[in-house]
Design a protein around this ligand. Structure first.
Ligand SMILES: Cc1cc2nc3c(=O)[nH]c(=O)nc-3n(C[C@H](O)[C@H](O)[C@H](O)COP(=O)(O)OP(=O)(O)OC[C@H]3O[C@@H](n4cnc5c(N)ncnc54)[C@H](O)[C@@H]3O)c2cc1C
Length: 433
């Protein structure tokens, strides 16, 4: 097994339970014999989270029932976001979080608290969960509704002042089970089924790819866009990203709005008049595919060169957005001129920097730079992971964000729910357990 980052897993044995009872008995047996269990959804994750280093791999691919009702869907863990949205669309509804990779599963999206291009308006997956069916490490199954508080005490921890955060457990006294399990990366419980909020598809969805002659103009437009309530997507691509996609501009913004005259009322400064404005739903789909092909190309390129993905997932407070953008450009163009791309969710002050190493020496240097960039993001009050989670490949970043006593509080929760440390071993924690 390999995930989208190129990280390899080596299970000793594989299972694909078809029923909750089957899953429970696999977990109970593993727990009794202290065998690590790693859960896999669609393996589109980018942190090695679903890739076991020994032990059992439990694929959720057969847990795939789907019911659509007014305002909600009940989806098995294996349902892909594509199938969920296709079925919801037939009733005029949609599932708002859009991690852009539509083959991702519901279970994996909940486990990573995925978000993506529409998080500017709708936030991350956690916010859209109404109830969860889960199994714990010993095989016990539980159903939790939104608001069901965890039945043990946890301390308040200093959470980053960012719009998105998926680094470790967001502990807070009185928190509910759903907030604890969402984003826990398969370390606390296995998601079997979720009741998810569906929203009505807006009557108007307008989209555009706006090209700019300078980063300054693009950023000034980001600030103007922030005040426009109809926007639901606000994405950035730098010149290198555009180059990789065969376009030429200093920067671009990809925008979706639920109003028709947003562009006119915004009047973005320095907008190039060859920008693309969607006239049809097909155009909108073309823009979406354009945006999504970027991380796909980056992941392919790096893997073809024989390396694993070397990308950041840091977010900073909105007030530090520009500062972080400038810092990325300064550091990356100094150390990897022409050999990086910077793109992503600028509306959430959350950009992905990806280095494209061609030699082992560049890969090693790139890793060092990523650590320094993580420290910088944290020094600005940011998070080391806004949406991908830390998995195994980035578990070392948790200690950049949190003091040992905070990590110890997370480990105490993990020990309480999974005393044998069988679930998602190696994810999130490095040697702390
Ligand atoms: C090209 C590309 C673009 C992407 N863009 C974005 C983006 O914009 N935003 C974003 O948030 N993500 C993005 N991703 C990352 C990825 O799509 C998400 O992390 C996704 O939600 C993972 O789902 P999955 O089913 O593939 O999970 P997997 O990769 O199979 O697993 C991910 C983690 O979840 C755990 N897990 C899986 N299923 C369960 C379950 N049922 N119960 C408990 N734990 C489970 C695994 O153990 C692992 O730790 C992108 C990925 C690619 C390849």
């Amino acid at each position: 097994v390999q995930d989208a980052s190129g990280y390899e897993g080596h299970p000793d044995k594989e299972f694909a339970p078809a029923t909750p009872e089957e899953l429970s008995s696999i977990l109970a047996e593993a727990n009794a014999s202290s065998v690590p269990v790693t859960i896999a959804g669609s393996a589109t994750g980018v942190t090695g989270g679903c890739c076991p280093q020994g032990g059992w791999l439990v694929s959720m691919r057969h847990v795939g029932q789907l019911v659509i009702e007014r305002g909600r869907a009940v989806a098995g863990a294996a349902i892909t976001l594509r199938d969920l949205n296709a079925a919801a669309a037939r009733t005029g509804q949609f599932f708002a979080p859009d991690p852009t990779e539509w083959t991702a599963s519901v279970g994996g999206s909940i486990a990573t608290n995925a978000s993506g291009s529409r998080s500017f308006k709708y936030g991350s997956t956690r916010r859209h969960i109404l109830s969860l069916d889960v199994a714990f490490a010993d095989g016990t199954r539980r159903h939790f509704r939104r608001g069901d508080a965890i039945d043990f005490d946890v301390p308040a921890i200093p959470l980053p002042n960012t719009r998105k955060n998926t680094a470790g457990y967001p502990l807070s006294p009185g928190m509910d089970w759903i907030d604890l399990i969402a984003g826990s990366e398969g370390t606390l419980a296995v998601v079997l089924e979720a009741e998810l909020q569906l929203l009505p598809i807006p009557p108007t969805i307008d989209a555009a790819v706006l090209f700019f002659e300078s980063d300054d103009d693009a950023f000034a437009s980001v600030e103007k866009c922030r005040a426009e309530p109809s926007l639901r997507m606000l994405e950035y691509l730098d010149a290198n990203s555009l180059n990789l996609l065969g376009e030429s501009a200093a920067a671009a913004l990809i925008v979706e709005s639920t109003s028709e005259d947003w562009l006119h009322s915004l009047n973005p400064p320095g907008l190039r008049d060859d920008s693309w404005v969607a006239a049809t739903p097909q155009d909108r789909e073309r823009f979406r595919a354009f945006r999504h092909s970027l991380p796909e190309k980056v992941n392919d390129l790096v893997r073809r060169n024989g390396f694993q993905k070397l990308g950041s997932d840091f977010a900073v407070p909105i007030a530090r957005n520009r500062e972080m953008l400038d810092h990325y450009h300064a550091e990356l163009s100094r150390h990897f001129p022409g050999q990086y791309v910077l793109f992503g969710h600028i509306g959430d002050a959350h950009l992905h920097a990806n280095i494209l190493p061609a030699k082992a020496e560049e890969d090693a240097r790139g890793r060092e730079l990523m650590l320094k960039l993580a420290m910088h993001a944290v020094s600005l009050g940011g998070t080391v992971s806004a949406e991908h989670g830390l998995g195994k490949r980035k578990a070392n970043l948790l200690a950049i964000q949190y003091l040992p006593e905070v990590i110890a509080a997370m480990v105490a929760v993990k020990r309480r729910l999974d005393p044998g440390n069988i679930l998602g071993r190696g994810n999130l924690f490095q040697g702390e357990i």
